[in-house]
Design a protein around this ligand. Sequence first.
Ligand SMILES: [Zn+2]
Length: 518
Amino acid sequence: MANDPTPLHVNVLSDFLGAGKTTLLNHVPYQDKSVSRDTVLRSSLLGEYVAIGWFGYAVFGVLLWSLFVLQNPLSLVVVGSGLWIAFRVSGVYPGQFWAFFISGLWLLAVGALATAGIKNLPAWMSTGAQSPPVWTGLMACICVLDYLDWQLAARSGRSAEENRKVIRLHLLIAIAGLVLAWSIALPFGSLLYQWGNPPISGKFQKEELGLVGNIGFRFCEAFFTFWFFVIGANIGSFLNVVIWRMPNGKSIVYQKSSCPVCGSNILGRDNIPILGWLGLGGRCRSCNVEISARYPIVEAIVGCVFLVLYFVELLTGGINLPNRSVNQYAGVLWIILYTKWDLVGLYIFHCFLFCTLLTWMLMTKDGNRIPSRLILFSFAIAILAPIAFPNLCLVPLWKPLPAWLSGWVGIALHGVIGSIAGTISGFVAGRFSRLVFKSVDSPERILALCTAIAGCVLGWQAAIAISAIFMMLALLTALSLSPGKVATKSSWILMGVLFVAVLLHHLTWRLQWSVFFS
Ligand SMILES: [Zn+2]
């Protein structure tokens, strides 16, 4: 029997909907259609307070937006959704499909308004704390809560197997719904916008797509977004194989994917990221042994990292990247279709960094040594890729840069010095976390290795910033977790914290650079 990675015990889906678990929510008499306080939101004291605050906020928003109905009739959308939010958080009729459905419709309406924009109003209305984008966020929360209430009420009559089927079906409907919402609701949103904000002069000279053209273009955008997630999830699936096979000296390329227990080949359709696992109900098709939930979770994490960078780094024209002017024309059309290769290159390079970090961390988590040829391979890419494509090297080693450092020597030094700074600062961060967590196992080696590759890719300044963010987050984590939990899982928690620190740094990189280094 091969070494299957130990399960994470974060089987979120089956924990959430699995049968036989007694939770606070299980005993709620949902069949009783009368007022029930025990919704997901109101099942705890904290939730009660949140609900009260939410209610007040919604009522205040309704009053505020009512004042502007004559100025712009579209304000009615916000007023209506505010009334609905107030109604939902009051906890009446939980666990019913129609409530979830209506919340979804309101979400579409407010979301379309937020994306299209609203005019003829004071600036603090259209961008402030009561603006349509904020209301979209609130409405999305209501939608999720209504979904959870509905599912918790419905699951009692279903077996675990049926529950999995339902989750799979809902996941597919959600994907299709997102695509449809984006490609059909948004064009109607902009029609709505033109109706609410008629052009003042007779000629409307801006080049506008017609409704059909707009729908087609949005479909295209939704498809690309979905596609980036799929690429990420597939790479996550490959990383799962690398994480498990490589430390065991098995071939990554020349072996078909097979069940680690019974050795039978895995069918193509069962190998589809996330959906394959859900389709099998988390069990092998031949021997019925349980397949760790870690596989779909890793796939989802990589897919989400690809998607977050796609939205923040690609579609914005590189708004998070330091020392580089943001592309003036952004979005799917200007970045992906009229491909901006320098930005796409940076995107791939940074996705490579996150994949490497995840792979190393999970190998360490499994108790395996990271193969030295994998470490060499990763550092070789991190140092050589910018020499081949100088655009990948964003920040200078120093300002002003001496003339002899302007060519490839400077770029190579950027990688080497970044690695050294990462090693040192990561080691310091590891010592610090050992003090904070008082753990028995030593996290310094893996932390230093991870910050070293981050420094190699992003530069020495980033390595130091990441270590600083890591130490702050580690301190917060230590303060918020119970001591027993910290002692047993410390190195695993610390690796997770480091991954979050690198992601946080990456999303705010430009800001930090402008504050500290320029
Ligand atoms: Zn099997």
